[in-house]
Design a protein. Structure first.
Ligand SMILES: Cc1ncc(C[n+]2csc(CCOP(=O)(O)OP(=O)(O)O)c2C)c(N)n1
Ligand SMILES: [Mg+2]
Length: 449
């Protein structure tokens, strides 16, 4: 309740004569609870950083895939203890991405799919992190993290079904743009286009996980780009996660760009990592193009998140080598020469390959590279062709599942009626006829509505 004098002065819109006194006087115990007051300075201290210089990025491999001499023994041992099968799978999954990306992005250019986004340059950050999670950790991704699904052995047939919006697209029934994957079986929550929505959702899921029997050893992983961290949802989500607790990892792919906005115009200060301590969140920065460093940092982060039932923030420094999406031409806002030099000098795929080839018992070779590429390309093409030939869901499907209940809501009923009218009027024209044939049941199914 407001003090009577204040209530009166508010009513009269006049300043309050009596100074405000709060109900709880500052007793010693209440000061102790206000943690910033436990340390006092006698001249004002202004700060603009949380670390001397900049927060360092954890790195173990050089650009040539050699273990750096300054890596301390403890971490050198951790690098050497990574199982061979993890290293090989990490390499195979990373190498798969650009093969698939090239085929799918050129198929968009040929008009065979409507849209696509590549992972070029960020394969190490995505696959290196995916390898550190348990298969049933709940992933809330942004959109450039299909490597996590591939790591979890998401079938290529399902992936192509989503991209081609075919009847086999189980999660999104052909209603989402390509790359909006989702699979409850793979604990991968469906991608949403609006940036940042996955961040508070992930914080909420971590809070739920904390009190879900049987899930004590799982965590939530939320991926995002550095651009998405400018959304209010980032701040709301991190604050929720820090206050409510629950095992969560917020993994920021800092690839230097948010479409055409360079990171320098996105934030001022020491990147995204510097914000973690402000929320009381343990934070680490890692070289995102060093897949081994990413993997080890994520294993450690996961351990801390699960044991402490709390959030951890990771900022992985990388570079978006490709265009933002098939709707973008990055030559309009950055020089092709800069991109080429990064491609040549700082490739996560090359780094890991060289590391595997240089081991005392090499885990990779030119022969394996060639046979793997041929086998992967073939697998992609087989599923690509199957999905392209498969019908899209019946047009009636477009109206379902928006609201609960068996009956369609009035606006949807009207839209369905209008579509039927248009198809009956124009469905025989050459252009429409060809398109309608792609849908299960085609034009005939519509006439039965
Ligand atoms: C709320 C919202 N605003 C704007 C957009 C348009 N948009 C889509 S992707 C993108 C850039 C995101 O950049 P970043 O988070 O760094 O991810 P990156 O594409 O670099 O992986 C923008 C502005 C959107 N999808 N949602
Ligand atoms: Mg970005």
């Amino acid at each position: 309740m407001l003090p009577r004098t204040l209530a009166r002065s508010l009513k009269r819109e006049q300043p309050c004569a009596t100074p405000l006194r709060f109900a709880t006087a500052f007793s010693t115990s209440s000061i102790a609870r206000l943690s910033p007051l436990t340390s006092v300075s006698h001249s004002p201290v202004f700060i603009d950083k949380v670390h001397e210089g900049t927060i360092p990025a954890f790195r173990v491999l050089d650009g040539e895939g050699k273990l750096l001499p300054d890596v301390p023994a403890e971490w050198r041992e951790k690098v050497q203890a990574i199982p061979d099968e993890v290293l090989v799978k990490m390499y195979r999954t990373q190498a798969f991405l650009p093969l698939m990306d090239t085929i799918l992005s050129s198929s968009q250019r040929q008009g065979r799919i409507s849209f696509y986004m590549t992972s070029y340059g960020e394969e190490g950050a995505v696959v290196g992190s995916a390898a550190a999670w348990e298969p049933n950790d709940e992933v809330f991704a942004q959109y450039r993290e299909v490597g996590v699904l591939l790591w979890r052995d998401y079938p290529l047939s399902s992936l192509m079904a989503q991209v081609f919006s075919s009847v086999n697209d189980e999660a999104t029934k052909g209603r989402q743009m390509p790359i909006h994957y989702g699979s409850s079986k793979h604990h991968f929550h469906t991608i949403s286009s609006p940036l940042g929505t996955q961040i508070p959702q992930g914080a909420g899921a971590a809070y739920a996980l904390k009190s879900t029997p049987g899930r004590e050893n799982n965590c939530v992983v939320v991926y995002m780009g550095e651009g998405a961290t400018s959304e209010g949802d980032f701040h709301a989500g991190l604050n929720m996660a820090s206050v409510l607790g629950g095992p969560s990892i917020f993994f920021v792919r800092n690839n230097g760009f948010a479409i055409s906005t360079p990171a320098a115009q996105q934030y001022h200060g020491d990147g995204i990592a510097a914000r973690g301590p402000g929320y009381g969140i343990e934070t680490v920065r890692v070289d995102g193009n060093d897949p081994i460093a990413v993997y080890l940092a994520c294993v450690e982060a996961r351990k801390r998140a699960v044991e402490g039932q709390k959030p951890i923030l990771i900022e992985a420094m990388s570079y978006r080598v490709g265009h933002h999406s098939t709707s973008d031409d990055s030559n309009a806002y950055r020089s092709a020469a800069a991109v080429d030099s990064i491609k040549k000098l700082d490739s996560p795929i090359f780094r890991l390959r060289r590391y595997l080839e240089s081991l005392p018992t090499p885990l990779w070779s030119t022969e394996l590279e060639e046979s793997t590429k041929a086998e992967q390309r073939k697998a992609i093409m087989v599923e690509f062709s199957k999905a392209e030939k498969t019908k899209k869901p019946a047009l009636a499907e477009m109206f379902g599942d928006v609201y609960g209940g068996k009956e369609l809501e009035r606006p949807l009923k009207e839209q369905k009626k209008e579509l039927k009218r248009l198809i009956e009027k124009w469905g025989h024209s050459e252009l429409w006829k060809k398109d309608l044939e792609k849908f299960d049941g085609g034009k005939e199914a519509v006439s039965r509505w």
